[in-house]
Write a protein that binds this ligand. Structure first.
Ligand code: PRX
Length: 698
């Protein structure tokens, strides 16, 4: 545990490790102008090519006493147990599930291939539903669902079990069998988790395609998975508009020979073509089905689902997750990281179309018999307080969302959360990108009322479950750091040559041994799996593709994708740290940093900056921001160009897409924009840069 001197800050939960002061919340200490370190780059890594860690964030938040007193994990012994014998520890976690037959071995590892709980059989849907109902917990609410237009549905565990059984029988009646793949293209409606669990029940692997994807993306994913059935809806609501899901699906299906049937949920009404023999309505399919359906006994290593992830370039990868290890780890991480108690109302505000929704809306929470919230629509519909209105209405106790959402809330202003009573919240979570310290503080202060720990959880589609994270009852938090590997996880930071960089150094984040929920392969392309994740440092070392540094307490700070690292005057700098320094300025809501070639320094830094409402992107503001970065992390990181924009290009899951901004900054033709959520933004930025508007150059 950290032991740090308190320094008398007015925020009781906060203390500095080194006793320095700063002018107020939102201004962590830095090397001030005139100080001996002004503008001096402190090189923390010894190998020339390592990523240099420049940002120094010194605030530390201990777990509040009342939180710790009630937490599931109250001391460090879990780390010791896991270190002493990680297989015994994971077996202990697996024992919390119901198995039809027990495993023979916990882990069989022939690098890079691994099997967990081989010989054991179980069913994910049984674990999420039946066992709770059998234990008398059928009346507990599984989901409070709220549609964007305002409808509500309260679904208990008993309701969910019946609906899943009916649909599972329905799927069997149209020919779906154990081992088949089923594509699901739905918005955030209850039928989405129902469809996933129905597939799991009968041993078919689901492949959920995010409802915001185009017909083309859907087609490619269906074909890659060779899916037999597609489950979709007539439409979905988003910002008051109808997203024409069935129409998109019909477009894809002209080129999807494997699809035998399409099941359509009626959500929005309205007409669309119906192909007799192929198309069937969901409500008609389930109408006469029995509400009982025997779950298949699945091997622990049987495929549970595929989930496609695009990465930044190239053909989407069908990430394959299996049953026993995946369910063990999502259940364990969900319970211990979110400190799940029986009375919690837990809200993961991600979309089920991403892995976050798979693991932390559906499988983890349901395996733990948790009450959850699902909201169908946009956070700013009909107004920018929609999430806070929902959190207040259902008395949410835990909220898990992404930095991109938090930065949007910051941009919109504090008046929206302030309109609502958020006092039921006791824990906050973040996932998806590095969270800039100022966004963390904002979240902690304005959403968490300065009383809720914020768990910054690092993981990936490929890892299946959270790997680096605080445990909120015991971990002292540092804004911007995902803190420590979850018990049982062996991580490290390596230099280019594969040596551990040691504390204080930056490099490649790696995992040194398998964990139960690791993806087992890329569907249909095992070579790509080996090459992508185990190609750099040998088959026993999983390379995450992210840069990271560890500080003097061995805390992990994620620095973004390795591909985004810049080389400025011979120094490898992470975009994250410069962006965090920009967001530290009170005018800035969001920033994306890229580089462009420069004769003098190799690569010159260009920052795209979105200001909070009420501030203007003047030449003076650009100079102020440049100076701010120089003061906060050193002159080397001072952006050469600042470009003010209203928005930044994002992937559909909300990650900033720096690759396109790099094209803009380098005056290159724009690359592939099809994976963007807001393609028009890049075009606007492009035009603006070409005309010289909105930018400040040094
Ligand atoms: O770069 C890391 C970032 O998101 C990547 C994984 O993205 P995806 O597969 O879409 O899964 C997102 C949900 C788990 C990582 O390689 N990332 C995710 N969480 C964090 C993060 N970066 C920093 N801090 C995090 N907490």
């Amino acid at each position: 545990m950290l032991s740090s001197p308190r320094h008398g800050c007015k925020y009781p939960a906060c203390h500095l490790r080194h006793g320095a002061g700063w002018p107020g919340l939102g201004r962590p200490p830095y090397d001030a102008p005139g100080s001996p370190n002004e503008g001096v780059l402190v090189k923390v890594s010894d190998a020339e090519r390592n990523i240099e860690a420049l940002l120094s964030e010194e605030r530390v938040f201990e777990p509040p006493e009342d939180f710790r007193a009630r937490a599931i994990v109250r001391d460090d012994s879990i780390y010791e147990r896991a270190d002493a014998d990680h297989e015994a520890y994971w077996a202990e976690q697996a024992e919390r599930l119901s198995w039809f037959s027990r495993w023979d071995t916990v882990m069989e590892w022939t690098p890079p291939w691994v099997k967990w709980f081989a010989g054991g059989t179980l069913n994910a849907s049984y674990n999420c539903l039946d066992r709770h109902v059998e234990a008398g917990g059928g009346d507990k609410v599984a989901f409070h669902w709220e549609g964007e237009p305002g409808e509500e549905r309260t679904i208990t565990y008993a309701d969910l079990l019946q609906e899943v059984c009916r649909f599972a029988n329905g799927l069997r009646s149209i020919g779906v069998q154990k081992g088949d793949r089923v594509a699901i293209y739905l918005g955030m409606i209850p039928e989405l988790p129902v469809a996933m669990l129905a597939c799991a029940r009968i041993g078919a692997a689901h492949s959920v395609v995010f409802g915001g994807f185009s017909a083309e993306s859907l087609r490619d994913r269906i074909n890659d998975a060779d899916a037999k059935v597609l489950i979709t809806a007539d439409g979905g609501y988003r910002r008051g508009q109808v997203v024409p899901l069935k129409q998109n699906a019909d477009e894809s299906l002209t080129e999807c020979p494997s699809i035998e049937h399409v099941v359509t949920v009626r959500r929005t009404g309205g007409d669309h073509p119906f192909t007799p023999g192929r198309d069937v309505w969901y409500h008609e399919l389930v109408a006469d089905q029995p509400a009982v359906c025997e779950p298949e006994h699945m091997e622990a290593e049987d495929l549970l689902y595929l989930l496609y992830t695009s990465g930044t370039t190239g053909k989407p990868k069908g990430i394959a997750h299996t049953t026993g290890g995946y369910l063990t780890q999502v259940a364990a991480t969900h319970r211990l990281i979110f400190d799940i108690h029986d009375d919690d109302v837990y809200w993961c505000a991600a979309d089920i179309g991403w892995v976050t929704g798979h693991s932390y809306i559906v499988y983890g929470p349901l395996a733990n018999h948790t009450t959850g919230i699902i909201y169908e629509g946009a956070p700013d519909w009909p107004d920018k307080d929609r999430l806070w209105q929902i959190a207040e209405k259902y008395r949410a106790t835990i909220l898990y969302t992404a930095p991109t959402a938090i930065r949007a809330f910051m941009r919109w202003g504090t008046e929206y959360p302030a309109k609502h009573d958020l006092s039921s919240l006791r824990l906050l979570g973040s996932v998806g990108e590095p969270i800039n310290p100022e966004a963390w503080i904002w979240y902690w202060k304005y959403i968490g009322g300065e009383r809720c720990p914020v768990v910054d959880t690092w993981w990936q589609t490929e890892t299946g479950a959270i790997l680096i994270t605080p445990l909120p009852g015991i971990t002292a938090l540092k804004p911007g750091s995902a803190t420590l590997p979850f018990p049982g996880i062996l991580a490290d930071v390596l230099d280019e040559q594969g040596h551990s960089v040691g504390l204080g150094g930056g490099g490649y984040l790696v995992l040194k041994r398998p964990w139960p929920s690791i993806a087992r392969t890329i569907w249909g392309d095992p070579d790509r799996y080996v090459q992508t994740y185990f190609g750099k440092f040998g088959t026993d070392t999983y390379v995450a593709g992210d840069g990271a540094k560890r500080d003097e307490d061995a805390y992990y700070w994620l620095l973004g994708r390795i591909d985004d690292v810049m080389n400025v005057a011979g120094h490898r700098l992470s975009t994250y740290e410069i962006e965090s320094a920009l967001v530290d300025n009170q005018k800035v809501a969001e920033a994306a940093v890229v580089s462009r070639p420069d004769d003098l320094v190799g690569e010159a830094i260009v920052a795209f900056v979105t200001l909070k409402s009420g501030f203007e992107g003047t030449e003076g503001a650009a100079t102020e921001l440049r100076d701010h970065v120089a003061t906060k992390i050193g002159k080397i990181a001072r952006p050469h160009g600042i470009i003010f924009t209203n928005d930044l290009p994002k992937t559909r899951s909300g990650k900033i897409m720096r690759r396109l901004l790099r094209d803009v900054a380098r005056g290159r033709p724009l690359g592939d924009v099809t994976t963007l959520a807001n393609a028009e933004v890049v075009e606007q930025i492009h035009t603006m840069v070409e005309s010289g508007a909105g930018s400040g150059e040094e």
